[in-house]
Each structure stands twice: as C-alpha cells, then as structure tokens.
Design a protein around this ligand. Structure first.
Ligand SMILES: Cc1ncc(COP(=O)(O)O)c(C=O)c1O
Length: 397
C-alpha cells in the first residue's frame, strides 16, 4: 500500500461487529476469565504479542490500533503512543538514561525539550552538551565515551534549520553503535520524512500537531524497534512517566490520520506560496523556509524530505514594536502557540514557545528577538496573503 491508502486502511485490530472506524474502548481495566488465564495473558502481553489487554495504562485496543497504523506510516517496526509530545520525549529519556550518561543535543530544540534537559535530566546527574549538528566535525568531536543519546530535530523548531539525518546517524553509530540516535519528527510528520530509513534508532513526535491536525487533542508517539518500544512501554511509561493517551484522543488522531496526506499536500503548497510572497515583500528582512531555492538547507531538505512542510519563520524589516503591531493586526491568522492544525497560526518564539531559553541560548539556537513563526494552514492561500499584506501595511503606517 502507498501512503494515502495506508492512512485510511492501515493495520488495526478487528472488532467483532466489523466496525469500519476504530471503536473507542473507554475502559481502564479488562476482566480475566480466571487466575490461570490472567497468567497466560500476562505472558503474551509482556512478550509484546499485541491484541491482549489487562490495564489501559499498558495498552488498550483503541490506542493499539493507532500504534499499528502509525508504525506503518513511519516505516518503523513498532510504535507506542503517549499523552503528549513531551510525554514521548521524557519516556524515552527515563527509559534509556542513567546517572553519569551524556546526551549530545543540537542547539536548536523545542523550548520545553530544552527545559526537560536543563531542569530535570541535569538534576539527576545526566551530562548534556549542545552543539550545532550542521557542523559535522564539531559534532563528531563532541561525542564522548559516555554518550548514550544523540538528540535533534529536523526541520528544527522554530528556525527551520535542516539537519542531515543520515550523516548524523552514521557519525554517531561509527563512534559507538550502542548510542541511541533520537529525532523529533514533529515538524515534517511521517508524511514528509521517515528518519528510521535514514539510520535513526528512535523517532519521537507530538501528535498534537499534523497527525491530529485539528488543534483538538494533545498526544505523542515514539517509533523504533520492537525491543526498544517494549522497554519504553514497560519501563519509561509504565513505571516513570505514566504518559498515556486516552482512547478518545486515539480515536481523534486516527480520524486525523485519514486526511493527513491531503492536508499535508495543501500545507506544503500554501507555505511555498507564502514563503515566495514574503521573500519578495519590502516588509521582510529574512524568510526561513527550506522549500525556497535561496535557503541554505534546500538541497539537504530535498534529499531527505518528500516536500518542505507547512512551517515558516521570518524576520520583518520593521522594528520590534511594529512587528508586534503586525501580529496584532492579523484578522485570519490567529496569534497562538502550537502548529500543524488546519488553521493558520502565528507566534513569537522568543517570548512564547522558547521563553525558557536565555538570551545567549536563543542566539545559539539561531532565534532572533524579532523572529516570527507561522504555521500555515489549509485555508485559501490568497486570503492568507491578503491578511498578511493588510497587517504589514497597517503596522508600517
Ligand atoms: C517540535 C516539537 N516537539 C515536541 C513538542 C511537544 O509536544 P506536546 O505539546 O504535544 O507535548 C512540540 C510542541 O509544540 C514541538 O513543537
């Protein structure tokens, strides 16, 4: 099956009535026939056989159906869903790290991922270094004997920097094959990029964004080998984070996934047209969109992505006060954090999604104080461009 078909007919558990959609199993626990059957079920369960349930923190038919479909889309052996994107990232960390380990992370990370690393992992004796992963020499030199995890995004939030996934995975694994190379694939979604096919060990993502697609749920997912996913389910999630997706939200993500390919196609088309409009606009100093030929990451993005995504960042040629006025004057594009929904959203990373970073950390991540991030929705692109233009005009008066 190809991608569009998989999104609609992906693997899922069959129900007894032949329901075409995935039923919502709104239950916390599952009845056993007797003690003997409970033991048999537990054995199958901890073996990761699937289709056997005891307690919904560990598995549920609705969430498991979603996991099968997700794994197919991401070209992974196995997937585990979580209560949020941060739940996915922290469940991976609590499963595979111990005191004294080293994490090598890219400088450009989602703000709360940076917060998790700085506020929690360091507190528990994990050493963390941040280097620019586009500098391969520096990246290689920064790997240590105790490096357990290499962590990055691509394209990065919010700078749209594109990292060479295959190269990073190869360098890390040549240094030590046991290093877990972990990538956050939230921005592209599995529709645009499948990092496991490029050598990554574990993919994490926020399903709150493109997979859900309608800004109505919070959820996350982790992808990788069956062995790693079992460990994450029965250590990180079961005993540490308890980050579990509700069956109702799993149903909504399943519904979102059915239209993921058509939505992503439109997000990409609209973002490209807006990036081209911004590139020519007198109100703009810099546009960051890997789809533009002028973008320094265009070639690598073309190599590892199917298209260039729906996220754009830019700096206006207006001063900061006028840039804020531009945002306030927008009528269709909403001022809100998050991304990947059908509606266009705009935000100011330095004061919103990345507020926890110091001035120095923002500079290191490439986030300027006046940078604006836009999640381009699937509205009529002419309406979006008109909205941006009228807001620029009013702000510059
Ligand atoms: C790249 C990226 N990763 C992870 C997250 C966290 O996801 P969630 O909000 O679902 O916890 C976000 C949220 O904005 C994000 O943009």
């Amino acid at each position: 099956m190809k991608l569009n078909t998989k999104a609609i007919h992906g693997k899922r558990l069959k129900d007894q009535f032949g329901s075409v959609t995935v039923p919502v199993y709104r239950t916390s626990t599952f009845e056993f026939k007797d003690i003997e059957e409970s033991g048999q079920r537990a054995e199958k369960f901890f073996n990761g056989d699937g289709g056997v349930f005891a307690y919904s923190r560990l598995g549920n038919p609705t969430t498991e159906s979603l996991e099968y479909t997700l794994a197919e889309l991401e070209k992974a052996e196995s997937a585990v869903v979580t209560g949020s994107g941060i739940g996915a990232i922290s469940s991976v960390m609590w499963t595979f790290l111990k005191q004294g380990d080293h994490v090598l992370a890219d400088t450009a990370l989602y703000g709360d991922t940076h917060g998790l690393f700085e506020k929690l992992l360091k507190k528990f004796g994990v050493e963390i270094d941040y280097v620019d992963f586009t500098d391969f020499e520096l990246f290689q030199k920064s790997l240590k004997q105790n490096t357990a995890i290499v962590y990055f995004e691509s394209p990065c939030n919010p700078t749209l920097k594109v990292n060479d996934i295959e190269k990073i995975s190869t360098i890390a694994h040549e240094f030590n094959k046991d290093i877990k190379v972990v990538i956050d694939n939230t921005f592209p979604s599995p529709y645009l990029q499948n990092p496991i096919t490029l050598g990554v060990d574990i993919v994490v993502c926020s399903m709150t964004k493109y997979l859900g697609g309608h800004s109505d749920i919070i959820g996350g997912a982790i992808f990788g080998s069956k062995k790693d996913m079992l460990e994450i389910r029965f250590v990180g999630i079961e005993c540490a984070t308890g980050s579990v997706l509700s069956p109702d939200n799993a149903f909504l993500v399943m519904r979102g996934i059915a239209t993921l390919p058509v939505r992503m196609q439109r997000h990409c088309e609209n973002a490209m047209k807006i990036a081209e409009y911004l590139e020519k606009s007198k109100y703009i100093k810099n546009v960051y969109y890997p789809g533009l030929k002028s973008n320094p990451y265009h070639e690598i993005a073309k190599k590892q992505m199917r298209n260039f995504g729906g996220m754009i960042a830019f700096e206006t040629s207006l001063d900061f006060e006028k840039t804020k006025k531009f945002i306030d004057e927008l009528k269709i594009v909403k001022l809100a954090v998050s991304l990947g929904g059908v509606e266009s959203l705009i935000e100011h990373p330095a004061s919103q999604t990345h507020h926890s970073l110091s001035e120095e950390e923002l500079a290191l991540a490439g986030i300027s104080p006046t940078q604006v991030r836009m999640s381009v929705g699937i509205e009529d692109v002419e309406d979006l461009i008109d909205d941006l233009e009228q807001a620029f005009k009013k702000a510059s008066m």
